[in-house]
Ligand binder design. Structure first.
Ligand SMILES: N[C@@H](CCC(=O)N[C@@H](CS)C(=O)NCC(=O)O)C(=O)O
Length: 201
């Protein structure tokens, strides 16, 4: 498998999950601004969507959409228990969190990263809306160590990245249980390895 990634953006979630799975994989860096790989290939020729992550399988098929890639990986390696088994109600709860992160949280970052000419009022509205989503994640976490169930799952890799990005983009310091959670996930081995690798590659 090969993951097309750009350093520290959301492809980091797939990168950390691949490390957690312990399965062999290659990484190909994509320049986030120029949208060209290290080999000089245009990202649009890899995916017409022109964004990362893209996971290329050994037979050449490519999968896009972070939440879908995560589900593909965890279901290919059920023995690693990076998600509750497909078909169980616990899995519905896992899928619910991953979908929420993808659609309600991650996609709320655009006003702070991609959208030009945002008025202060619009930015404030977007920030407050995201802040409400943060509190939903806090409730989801409760007093547990992980975002779904009692063990590390791929949803933790996504929640880590999304909370870190939220804090950075909106210049908001997390507090209480989410501050502790972020610190814990920052030092979680597979996440730390992925973050550190992407600082230098
Ligand atoms: N719907 C996609 C969105 C992925 C996404 O937003 N990727 C960002 C990095 S975090 C990106 O490559 N953005 C480049 C762009 O939109 O031009 C997914 O969930 O995988």
């Amino acid at each position: 498998m090969k993951l097309f990634y750009s350093p520290q953006v959301c492809s980091l979630v797939v990168h950390a999950t691949l490390r957690e799975l312990g399965t062999p994989f290659d990484l190909e860096k994509v320049d986030f601004d120029k949208k060209v790989t290290d080999d000089g290939v245009a990202l649009t020729s890899i995916t017409p969507k022109s964004y990362v992550p893209v996971l290329e399988l050994d037979d050449g098929q490519r999968i896009t959409e972070l939440a879908v890639i995560l589900r593909y990986l965890v279901d290919r390696h059920p023995e690693k228990k990076l998600a509750p088994p497909a078909g169980t109600f616990e899995r519905v709860r896992f899928d619910e969190v991953v979908h929420f992160l993808a659609t309600e949280f991650h996609k709320g970052f655009a006003p702070f990263s991609l959208m030009p000419h945002m008025s202060p009022e619009s930015l404030q509205w977007a920030k407050e809306r995201l802040g409400g989503r943060v509190e939903i994640l806090r409730t989801q976490l409760g007093d547990r160590a992980f975002i779904v169930g009692d063990t590390f799952t791929a949803a933790d890799a996504y929640a880590f990245w999304a909370l870190r990005a939220y804090s950075f983009l909106t210049k908001t310091k997390l507090d209480g249980t989410l501050k502790d959670y972020l610190a814990r996930m920052t030092s979680y081995p597979s996440i730390k390895e992925a973050v550190d690798y992407e600082k230098t590659h």
